[in-house]
Design a protein around this ligand. Structure first.
Ligand SMILES: O=C(O)CCC(=O)C(=O)O
Length: 321
């Protein structure tokens, strides 16, 4: 109950107004409406779980963005690991964007037990993705460090990840990715762009553009007329979870700042590819506690990750789709 004393006319008459405000739930409801509309949530370690509102936002928009999901200490640890040029970076190759720029990528099939492997298998990452995908068992399909360096980083044309993975013998679009910035991602340094709700268009035909597969430009143009185009600006520590049919793109990085991100892809056990290809068949994945990342000291070996070499990355080889 709130009591206000109101003075009218400057002095004489005073009114006592009693306002019974038993119910502040409108505030919570407004917050929920904002979160659902924008697919944007704030991480709270003490209470975190995938709520029906998050699942609904994921199902209707094709993604959710969770702010502050990694702590500063965790981001620093990940940064140190990828900045080591004898580590993951040493396995990188570059991809032509069809417009004379290149992005560097390091890609590996099994998570391993180093910092990046623990990051992928953490409850916060793998557990959240699994819940958003419906709760069935998921496995690690691959991870990559996508490096767009200042002034040189290449673009990614509009595509759906399932536009690639369909060709790998995955029958269902029961797959998804987790986008984890190592650096802040802004419009200037080529943050991810998505078409909200485009996963509901189903799989679109893809064809070759440079060394990439791009979604049929006619479809993309029509989709852009009816769906909202979002620039997903993120701080290092924020995490984006997105469906494999969500149309996404990113520009060349012409800025002074590099833009490096991890992308972890998951597949459902029930969607085991019907043929062998350059990413793994179902392989059980052990999730680790959220504390596992900070327990790494950086000396963990990179063994068992099955890094992909340029010649093995059939997604950039000439082929008919
Ligand atoms: O790094 C990016 O901006 C996008 C990468 C991407 O879309 C992909 O690898 O499928």
């Amino acid at each position: 109950m709130l009591i206000f004393v109101v003075s009218v006319g400057g002095n004489v008459r005073h009114y006592l107004i009693l306002l019974k405000l038993y119910d502040f739930s409108w505030f919570g409801k407004m917050k929920e409406m904002y979160e659902a509309r924008n697919s944007e949530f704030i991480y709270d370690a003490a209470t975190w779980s995938v709520t029906p509102a998050m699942k609904e936002a994921y199902d209707s928009n094709g993604y959710i963005l969770v702010r502050n999901m990694l702590t500063k200490a965790e981001v620093e640890k990940v940064k140190r690991a990828v900045d080591d040029d004898q580590g993951i970076q040493a396995r990188a190759y570059s991809r032509d964007d069809g417009k004379s720029r290149r992005s560097r990528v390091s890609l590996w099939n099994h998570p391993g037990d180093d910092i990046t492997g623990r990051l992928a298998r953490m409850q916060r990452v793998a557990g959240t993705m699994e819940q958003l995908m419906g709760g069935d068992e998921v496995y690690h399909y691959h991870s990559k460090l996508m490096m767009k360096d200042a002034h040189t980083g290449g673009r990614h044309v509009w595509h759906q990840d399932y536009g690639y993975w369909y060709n790998n013998g995955c029958l269902y679009p029961d797959m998804a990715s987790v986008f984890i910035p190592v650096d802040d991602c802004t419009r200037e340094n080529s943050c991810l762009q998505v078409l909200r709700g485009s996963h509901r268009l189903g799989r679109i035909d893809h064809s070759r553009i440079g060394e990439q597969l791009g979604a049929d430009p006619e479809r993309v143009e029509q989709a852009q007329k009816v769906l909202e185009h979002i620039y997903v600006e993120m701080k290092a520590g924020d995490i984006l979870f997105f469906h494999c049919n969500l149309l996404h793109t990113s520009d060349q990085n012409s800025s002074d700042n590099r833009r490096w991100v991890f992308i972890v892809a998951f597949n459902k056990r029930s969607n085991n590819p019907y043929k062998q290809h350059h990413h793994p068949q179902y392989t059980p994945m052990t999730k680790v506690a959220d504390s596992a990342l900070l327990q790494c000291d950086g000396s963990e070996p990179l063994g068992g990750k099955w890094f992909i070499k340029l010649q093995d990355d059939i997604s950039i080889k000439d082929r008919v789709h």
